[in-house]
Design a protein around this ligand. Structure first.
Ligand code: ZN
Length: 622
């Protein structure tokens, strides 16, 4: 959000739009792609700031300097082009309705791509004039938009979700029936795992117990994580394997739920879940790679071209590197390093930027300050309204947080802190302030779900990005008011308030810790404040709705900015990667109630089709 587009690039815009300078010959444009992008990079690194030429929005002197530099670049590139006139011009031309989200040329009829980047975008006749006999032409069967990005998702978790029992939206009886079925059909003693249950759907809405699972699970250990991933329901077999008894103390930052006799009931909250991690068979490297692969395939079907993986260790990063090396990474990954080993490794070895033409980057750390609101793990200043003894969990002490913020800041890493409760959000902002964080550092607060009025302007002053997951509206509409009460409910999921205050926003899904990872559900939710299932009908606190344009920018340019990638991604602009998503209809032209009916027709990353519903027919070559 509030990002600036690379204005000088209009020099190469062949759309013939009103704001563009006279285009230089298009043939040369495409011949010079690599030179142009290299030259642009070097210019950007000297100017460091923005590229507004002639747009009266910046001071004249800076504008003049940037324009002069650009002119020098153009002249030298013209010279270079005449030497290199035989280079290919456009390897692919995409033809159809294109919405660029670039304010200087919002619409286009065609887009030429060379080596993964957009080399021309504008009218069909002008762009098609760049074609040679080797140019591949692809029809856009729908409406193309900049590729959808998810600023907060758990990739291997999505893969694991695809592999295990899916308990979303089920009643308790249905969950138990599914476990019984799995117990009948799998070898004795093998683990039954599942996730996605939510007692909010049950009557009464209370946490379940080990005994209920025991009745249907025979000899199988059973572990079923709640929809938010912050608590796990286990049977007595797992309690025994993990040696959890009435004498086991609650671990730091965790809770073993107990009955009146102090016996564990079979619910482990937040860090208490660690007690079973050591007895659940660990996934092998091959298991993990399989999960990542199937998740990435799913993302392409959902229209995602880029994801920010919100907390990965060194092993997962090594899997990404292997996939990249083999050319098998279909979605861009911005990996947030998490855990002691990754922290130590990256602080010693530095950032990994732009691996494989922007397919993979590691330049941020993910930290966890608190738990989730549903399981009352979100750290609140005042107690929970529906549990007056509880304030939530502090998963990281201020001193540790400040130490990591300082170390990361010094080495040029971005810090992305999970903070949901108002107290955790404030602690994150306090630590950033102490660490001297400025807008250039683009530090992030992941979730930022409950933010007080006093803290809103602090995001703006320090340029802290709110990395939000709009799809939580569906879940929160069922119980958030019970948790925080009427006086604090206006601090919860305040998307429009963030926008109005001028906070930079990046939108994601937190899937599988939320109802849906589907970007079209996020779009619908931002605009209507309804869940993926269309509830509640009037929208939950509908004053926090945003319009389609704002929503789309949060899902494209927002994540690009939050990953320092706005010069390559986020809009369909000459010089950017050709990453786009084709929808079945123009989202600006459908009624907001019909946004849920949109579908994904095609997904393209760096000019390569990663998903296609229609098996596009290649158009006749010129
Ligand atoms: Zn998350």
């Amino acid at each position: 959000m509030r990002r600036k587009t690379a204005g000088t690039l209009h020099k190469w815009d062949v759309s013939g739009g009103t704001a563009t300078a006279r285009p230089i010959p298009v043939q040369m444009v495409t011949d010079m792609t690599n030179l142009v992008s290299q030259r642009l990079k070097s210019l950007r690194s000297t100017d460091g700031a923005t590229w507004h030429c002639g747009a009266g929005t910046i001071r004249k002197i800076r504008s003049f300097a940037a324009c002069s530099l650009a002119l020098v670049a153009i002249l030298s590139l013209l010279a270079a082009a005449s030497i290199d006139a035989q280079s290919p011009v456009a390897d692919t031309i995409f033809i159809g309705d294109i919405l660029t989200l670039d304010r200087s040329h919002p619409k286009a009829e065609a887009m030429a791509v060379y080596a993964g980047r957009i080399v021309a975008i504008g009218s069909r006749s002008e762009v098609e004039s760049l074609a040679t006999k080797n140019t591949h032409k692809v029809r856009i069967n729908g409406v193309a938009l900049p590729g959808f990005a998810d600023a907060h998702i758990h990739v291997a978790g999505v893969g694991e979700q695809l592999e295990k029992l899916n308990l979303r939206g089920l009643t308790k009886a249905e969950v138990l029936a599914k476990v019984a079925e799995a117990a009948r059909t799998s070898p004795n003693g093998s683990w039954i795992t599942g996730g996605g249950w939510d007692e909010g759907f049950w009557h009464p809405a209370v946490f379940p117990t080990a005994k209920e699972l025991d009745a249907v699970s025979d000899d199988h250990p059973v572990a079923l994580s709640r929809i938010d991933g912050h608590s796990t329901w286990i049977n007595s077999k797992v309690l025994a394997l993990a040696k959890i008894s009435r004498d086991t103390p609650d671990p730091d930052g965790g809770l073993i739920r107990r009955d009146a006799a102090h016996e564990p009931t079979g619910m482990l909250v937040d860090h208490a879940q660690e007690l079973i991690r050591r007895v659940i068979p660990k996934p092998t490297h091959a298991d993990e790679e399989h999960r990542i692969r199937i998740a990435l395939q799913q993302f392409s079907r959902w229209g995602l071209t880029s994801v920010h993986d919100a907390g990965v260790g060194l092993e997962t990063i090594s899997i990404y590197k292997e996939l990249l090396k083999r050319g098998e990474l279909p979605v861009r990954v911005y990996a947030m390093a998490n855990g002691e080993a990754a922290l130590t490794h990256y602080l010693a070895n530095g950032l990994e930027l732009d691996l494989g033409n922007g397919m993979l980057a590691v330049r941020s750390f993910k930290l966890f300050l608190d738990g989730a609101l549903g399981s009352r793990g979100a750290e609140m200043t005042e107690p929970y309204t529906d549990a007056p003894q509880e304030h939530g969990l502090e998963l990281m002490k201020d001193a540790d947080l400040e130490r990591i913020v300082r170390a990361a800041h010094q080495k040029g890493f971005q810090v992305n802190t999970h903070a949901i409760g108002d107290r955790a959000v404030r602690r994150a902002l306090d630590a950033f302030e102490k660490g001297g964080v400025t807008p250039n550092d683009r530090f992030r607060i992941e979730h930022a779900s409950i933010v007080t009025n006093d803290d809103l302007p602090r995001f703006v002053h320090m340029g802290v990005i709110a990395s939000i997951q709009p799809v939580f509206v569906g879940e929160y509409s069922r119980w958030a008011e019970d948790r925080v009460g009427p006086s604090r409910i206006h601090w919860v999921l305040r998307t429009r308030d963030f926008l109005t205050a001028g906070v930079a926003l990046a939108s994601g899904s937190d899937y599988p810790a939320s109802d849906s990872g589907i970007p079209l559900d996020t779009l619908n939710c931002l605009v209507t404040r309804q869940s993926a299932a269309g509830k509640p009908e009037a929208g939950w606190y509908s004053d926090q709705r945003v319009d389609v344009d704002q929503a789309l920018r949060m899902m494209t340019a927002g994540p690009a900015f939050a990953a320092f990638q706005e010069k390559d991604l986020g809009t369909l602009t000459v010089g950017h990667y050709a990453d786009f998503t084709v929808l079945s209809a123009n989202p600006y032209q459908v009624l907001s109630n019909d946004l849920r009916k949109l579908s994904i027709r095609m997904t393209v990353v760096a000019g390569r089709v990663t998903f296609d519903t229609s098996k596009n027919q290649a158009m006749p070559r010129r």
